[in-house]
Design a protein around this ligand. Structure first.
Ligand SMILES: NC(=O)c1ccc[n+]([C@@H]2O[C@H](COP(=O)([O-])OP(=O)(O)OC[C@H]3O[C@@H](n4cnc5c(N)ncnc54)[C@H](OP(=O)(O)O)[C@@H]3O)[C@@H](O)[C@H]2O)c1
Length: 165
């Protein structure tokens, strides 16, 4: 698989690679939502239809939304709906960095070609029905790491930015 230098993935993952359940997130971590906003504002977001529908409100301000779905006649306000990974790549061809924001099905297809990962790792297992592909850390080089603790959730978590070697 050819690596696409402008494709980044941003995701919050539990220790067991869990990312979602019942088309919702597994935990509420306001600090992480703030980080997501800071990193993605002004950029293009690529997502599956389930992830769009899981958002409380869309479009998210100041971001271009590309939604992948076979139901291209469905109209989602403020979003460009396309029906393949190739079309998504073509749409962001001239952009310096575009963000894959989920969910499980879409992460699986883009993971092999992504150049950068912005991970939020929660150091706890969660019951889930959607998972991120298992990460082989030998394939990635650590760019930055921040270890934190959330009092309300009572768990440790880390922000980890990784670049493909
Ligand atoms: N932890 C995190 O950071 C994070 C981030 C995002 C989402 N999530 C969670 O992930 C879950 C949703 O993930 P998911 O796997 O169910 O769904 P998803 O990846 O968001 O969307 C899947 C849908 O996208 C469309 N799609 C995907 N690939 C396609 C392709 N190659 N061609 C055409 N259409 C394609 C299909 O839509 P159609 O059925 O319309 O054809 C498919 O049903 C939720 O629980 C959400 O909360 C977690």
């Amino acid at each position: 698989m050819t690596i696409k230098n402008n494709i980044s993935i941003i995701v919050a993952i539990a220790q067991n690679f869990a990312i979602g359940k019942n088309n919702d997130l597994l935990f509420h971590l306001p600090n992480d939502l703030k980080r997501f906003k800071e990193i993605t504002t002004g950029k293009t977001l690529i997502m599956g239809r389930n992830t769009l529908l899981s958002l409380p409100k869309w479009p998210l301000p100041n971001r271009r939304h590309i939604v992948i779905s076979d139901k291209i006649n469905d109209c989602f306000e403020g979003c460009e709906v396309i029906s393949s990974i190739d079309e998504a790549l073509e749409k962001v061809n001239n952009e310096q960095e575009a963000f894959i924001i989920g969910g499980g099905m879409v992460y699986r297809q883009f993971y092999p070609m992504a150049k950068k990962l912005y991970l939020t790792l929660v150091h706890k297992d969660f019951d889930a029905d959607v998972f991120f592909p298992e990460i082989d850390y030998n394939e990635w080089q650590e760019e930055s790491r921040e270890d934190l603790y959330d009092d309300k959730n009572n768990f440790r978590y880390s922000y980890l930015n990784l670049l493909r070697k």
